[in-house]
Design a protein around this ligand. Sequence first.
Ligand code: AMP
Length: 277
Amino acid sequence: MNLLYNAAELKEYLNSIRMKNTIGFVPTMGALHNGHLSLIKIAKEYASNVGVSIFVNPTQFLPNEDYHQYPRTLDFDLELLRTIACDWVFIPSVQEMYPREMDLKIDIGYLGTIYEGAFRPYHFQGVATIVLKLFNLIQPDVVVFGKKDAQQCAVIRRLTKALFLDLKILYGEVIRDPSGLAISSRNRYLTEIEKERAIGLYVALQKGRAVYLDCQDTKIAQMEMINTVKTFQPTSIDYFAIVDRFTFLYPKNIQDAIAIGAIRLGTTRLIDAVDIS
Ligand code: AMP
């Protein structure tokens, strides 16, 4: 497995293999788990050479968020990546990705201001900016993102289309633990009691899915999701909604509708999403 610590090393390596390979890429912030591994496995089905970036991106965190506390488990991550024969890992420094006096941000429009964007202003600006930098550096043929971060998927889709990027985007299903809780790097922050309560996020989304399939009324489904999650006593509820997966506006059809939600347990914020059909 090739460990690449800066853009020059990355480019040199990729140039040496590009002629004979299709390149698959999975961006991550490390603290890897089975959710990440599932995306790498998908990439391997579509590309002959697959790599991962591990970069805790400072521009997608608000000043009061957990950037400094975000779990950093590089040795463990590299071991895990070796077990699935990942070809390369890009592990840049902040200075490498954001050279001083080269300030530039990608504004993703209204999509960056609603739901997650309303609770995390500028988050998607940070996501779009780092992802575009990575795409330009790597020029992958295939990239894979997880459906758990449904709005991130919509942002990346929009970015790719609007900027005429020539790559294929694949979306991996949400990997869950047996209770239904979506696996997340942030789950390690949860106490045992909070873990029990966190299950309510998925239970509520499933309830919303069933209600929406039944009546196709977004308001009723939203109310049912909120009533359901309340019984699990989260610290607070940020939002629940049924939206179109592409626009995050009112769903145009049932095939593209998804249920999304975000709750807090103590200081930990969790998000999740399920497909309606
Ligand atoms: P992160 O390291 O949290 O930035 O996530 C990197 C990628 O892994 C993103 O595309 C996430 O949507 C995806 N991901 C995170 N958790 C899961 C999960 N439980 N199942 C599938 N994909 C996931």
